[in-house]
Design a binder for this molecule. Structure first.
Ligand SMILES: Cc1cc2nc3c(=O)[nH]c(=O)nc-3n(C[C@H](O)[C@H](O)[C@H](O)COP(=O)(O)OP(=O)(O)OC[C@H]3O[C@@H](n4cnc5c(N)ncnc54)[C@H](O)[C@@H]3O)c2cc1C
Length: 442
């Protein structure tokens, strides 16, 4: 694809054309004259996974907050998912949830869940960004470095798939290159400080395989999720998706090994609290091979703590913060960062955008990070800083999860937080505290 020649003023460059990069481009398109997204992969013509996003072959949950946000950034997005055959349903009534081995009571929560595959979601976002008149998507092109001038970013160095190298001037550069981002080494090379990093290691292993949807599948429900908990570091998800497929995900934490053969997967799935995954594996016809992926740790870079920023350089998406994927947060957080970026650009001066963005992004990330790492740090084997009140809070949440098996109000409250439609603190409201104290039938 061709790039137009630009002057730096009014031109923004995005590094990486995956979910966070595309959404950042959408946000920038309302303030910049032109936005160029450089992606080192070839964008596939078909709705398939690609090399630069290996996680694209694994089950991806699109949380309610993410779907609502996409519908705001691209009006009509939710209807377009339905038109594309993406199944949806109520997140509590049409889904079976197993928390700490207890099956959550079913009820209508008003939270809509979507069975959209990752390549389908990315494709739909990409098509909409490509249609923006002032955005260019340039694939087969790797960004190799930053141009820096007088304390600000001045553009990027790129390398085409032919090997040809060029420089591209830009007023703003957004790094959305994922967990493999080179932002920190570029900052170091240019003499800028790099942020502190927090990591929480869980050694997650994922295996996903797709099957044909058969009549009577899941008794008509959209899916099932079995959440891991201390003593049972195994998880499973079954979800209907577009194109008449059902995806089965098996996951293990903390060194659990995951099989990819039929018998091994059935045996693993049989150890989960819910039996939907095992039932599908036993009876449904596979449409592809099982694919395994490892995800060692959640990582948060504290750019907000720096007192000296490279002006005009932002980092978003997994390059800024990546979460244990079990909680399904990454795409939704990318949506929220794009909303934030758009509003900060509309509110204030571009000169000090970097400190303003990183400060506000740290606030935005606090809840999803607390949710993911709070769940992980329940496992005594997981290393990380624990607060003095953690035992008390965990004890309360243990009762909460157990009580959600009989009180659907608790299940809805939990799912509102998990879907990022309510803050984590909402779980501590007096009404919910009282409900968790009610006696439970044995
Ligand atoms: C196993 C697994 C399961 C997950 N499940 C979920 C889920 O259920 N729900 C959810 O919301 N999220 C999930 N996530 C997270 C989600 O995939 C990411 O948060 C989301 O893709 C946003 O990531 P990103 O765009 O920041 O980076 P990525 O998706 O990693 O994309 C980075 C892009 O940058 C490109 N790139 C890299 N370097 C360069 C360069 N120098 N020049 C040009 N291009 C470059 C790459 O080719 C790639 O396209 C999961 C992640 C994993 C690993």
């Amino acid at each position: 694809m061709e790039t137009k020649s630009h002057t730096a003023a009014g031109h923004a460059v995005v590094i990486g054309g995956s979910v966070a990069g595309l959404l950042a481009a959408r946000a920038l398109s309302s303030s910049f004259t032109h936005v160029t997204v450089f992606e080192r992969d070839t964008f596939p013509a078909r709705t398939v996974s690609r090399r630069g996003v290996p996680q694209g072959r694994q089950v991806h949950a699109l949380l309610t907050r993410g779907a609502v946000g996409l519908d705001g950034l691209f009006p009509g997005f939710i209807d377009a998912m339905t038109a594309a055959g993406v199944p949806s349903g109520d997140g509590q009534a049409d889904f079976s949830w197993f928390l700490d081995g207890h099956r959550m009571a079913r009820a209508v929560s008003g939270l809509r869940g979507f069975g959209v595959s990752r390549p389908q979601a990315e494709r739909m976002i990409r098509d909409r960004v490509r249609a923006l008149p002032n955005v260019s998507l340039v694939d087969d092109t790797q960004v190799d470095g930053l141009l820096v001038d007088d304390g600000r970013v001045a553009g990027v160095r790129i390398r085409r798939h032919t090997g040809a190298e060029e420089t591209v001037p830009a007023e703003l550069v957004v790094d959305a290159a994922g967990r493999g981002s080179r932002a920190l080494s570029w900052l170091r090379e240019s003499g800028y400080p790099v942020p502190r990093r927090t990591a929480v290691r869980t050694d997650v292993v994922y295996v996903t395989r797709h099957y044909e949807q058969e009549p009577g599948l899941l008794d008509g429900r959209l899916g099932t999720t079995v959440v891991p908990f201390p003593g049972q570091p195994r998880a499973g998800v079954v979800i209907r998706q577009e194109a008449g497929r059902v995806a089965v995900l098996l996951a293990g934490l903390l060194g659990e090994e995951l099989p990819t053969d039929d018998a091994g997967m059935i045996e693993f799935a049989s150890t989960l609290a819910g039996q939907d995954a095992a039932d599908v594996l036993r009876s449904a016809t596979p449409v592809d091979e099982a694919v395994k992926m490892r995800y060692p740790e959640s990582t948060l870079h504290h750019f907000d703590e720096l007192d000296h920023h490279l002006g005009g350089f932002l980092v978003v998406g997994d390059a800024l913060c990546s979460f244990n994927p079990i909680y399904g947060q990454g795409m939704t957080v990318a949506v929220m960062e794009a909303e934030l970026l758009e509003s900060l650009l509309q509110e204030g001066d571009r000169q000090d955008l970097a400190p303003r963005f990183f400060k506000a992004a740290a606030t935005l990330l606090a809840d999803p990070w607390a949710l993911a790492t709070g769940g992980d740090l329940r496992f005594p084997e997981v290393e990380g800083e624990r607060g003095p009140q953690d035992d008390e809070i965990n004890g309360y949440l243990d009762r909460f999860r157990a009580s959600a098996a009989i009180d659907p109000v608790l299940g809805t409250a939990f799912l509102r937080v998990a879907n990022m439609m309510a803050p984590v603190t909402s779980l501590l409201s007096p009404d919910l505290v009282e409900r968790t104290q009610r006696p439970r039938a044995q």
